[in-house]
Design a protein around this ligand. Structure first.
Ligand SMILES: [Zn+2]
Length: 416
């Protein structure tokens, strides 16, 4: 036994190698930082399969124990309204989802707290709680009503993607790339924002709702940047230069969003991160064109049934393989290179994506991002910016613009 002792004593010395210094430093920085994730589809996952978020495994990518392990301070739960509700009950779907989020938060007061502002997020961090915020996904949720937009803000919604994968009555979408036939031209209804769409953006500025350009078309981004009186952001989009999806942002868009004080929040879906995955997805979907046509001919008078059947084909495709999580950091660094270190953050899209990267399988793995940023030589302040401070600076600016417009009367525009 005695002979073994020097060996045992030597072990802690080995453990203090530089790599572990980095892990320990990353853990400390991550623990102290405010960590914001601007897009998680937790409500959608819970609507599909009800569960208690206090229980591990509640949804695929989120629950309170894993959020704690991941050091998550402030997730935005997406109030997602599927395009199928665009002309029937979209606002009601949004209201139901908002009610659900509020019930989930109220059921766990020791862990979760509702948050509406930058101040609320910082307070939650001090109190050791997780601040839950809400963003609407799909501008059709307001049913073309500025009154409904204001009501959603009163209920606590703090951002809205101007579209989902559907063009609505006032804004064009980048469309649904993940369909057997993807025709970008078919989504070009207004060539960007219509006059009413611009009024929506201006009213969002007035009430203090963040303008989100994730999912919208390139022309809509141009118009949103021009119409908005506050900086705009992308809540869950990555870089098109690295993965050529129309849902990702071009370098020019990233530059303009950043120059205006906005942020690009990186989506961690493997297909959003890697050109090989984009090409493979396109090939697999193209192969479904003929079977999809057959289904359409089979249900000529029932487009909803046809869409559901086509969806089954898409869901039956083999799972898309994951890419290494370090690709997420490639995208973060790309935004830094293009628009500077103040223009980037995290909008994982957890629970909305089937293919998170290997090593970033759910919210518990977020500290990996911190480790990788440090490993690549980024400073502590830079890491804290990526994790949350960039977003908080942007959000604070949106709040400031809203305050500066306090004397402006509520807009009365109606869609003609
Ligand atoms: Zn989305």
């Amino acid at each position: 036994m005695k002979k073994l002792r020097p060996l045992v004593l030597a072990l802690p010395l080995l453990a203090a190698a530089p790599a572990d210094d980095l892990v320990a430093r990353a853990a400390r920085i991550h623990r102290e930082a405010i960590v914001v994730d601007t897009h998680e589809d937790v409500p959608d996952a819970l609507a599909e399969k009800p569960a208690d978020v206090a229980v591990r495994g509640a949804t695929k990518h989120f629950d309170i124990p894993r959020a704690r392990e991941g050091g998550l301070t402030a997730p935005f739960f997406a109030v997602y309204v599927p395009a199928s509700h665009a002309d029937g009950g979209a606002a009601r779907v949004a209201l139901d989802r908002i009610d659900m989020v509020q019930n989930v938060v109220a059921a766990h007061p020791a862990d979760l707290t509702p948050a509406l502002s930058v101040t609320d997020i910082r307070r939650a961090k001090r109190e050791g709680k997780i601040a839950v915020l809400m963003g609407i996904e799909g501008g059709h949720a307001i049913e073309d009503s500025l009154g409904a937009l204001r009501d959603f803000h009163r209920l606590g919604v703090r951002y809205m993607t101007l579209t989902h994968t559907n063009s609505n009555h006032w804004a064009d979408s980048s469309g649904n790339f993940f369909a057997p036939r993807f025709e970008p031209g078919s989504y070009r209804v207004h060539h960007g924002l219509s006059g009413f769409g611009r009024a929506v953006v201006r009213e969002m500025n007035r009430v203090g709702m963040m303008v989100d350009v994730s999912h919208v078309s390139d022309e809509t981004i141009d118009d949103a940047l021009e119409a908005s009186r506050a900086p705009v952001f992308a809540s869950h989009s990555s870089c098109r230069a690295l993965a050529g999806l129309p849902r990702n942002l071009t370098d020019d868009q990233i530059r303009r969003i950043g120059a205006g004080g906005g942020v690009v929040m990186i989506n961690v879906s493997s297909v959003f991160l890697d050109q090989g995955r984009v090409d493979a997805a396109r090939d697999a979907l193209d192969a479904l064109q003929e079977p999809a046509e057959r289904i359409r001919r089979q249900y000529p008078d029932d487009p909803k049934r046809a869409a559901a059947e086509i969806n089954k084909l898409i869901e039956a495709l083999p799972p898309r393989p994951s890419v290494p999580f370090t690709k997420v950091v490639d995208h973060i660094e790309h935004v830094m290179k293009v628009a500077g270190p103040d223009a980037v953050g995290l909008g994982t899209d957890f629970d909305g994506i089937p293919d998170p990267p290997a090593g970033l399988e759910d919210v518990s793995k977020l500290p990996r991002i911190t480790e990788e940023l440090l490993r690549r030589g980024h400073s502590e302040p830079e890491v804290r910016k990526v994790l949350g401070e960039n977003f908080l600076r942007f959000f604070a600016r949106v709040e400031e613009v809203s305050r500066s417009l306090a004397a402006e009367a509520p807009a009365t525009d109606v869609l003609k």
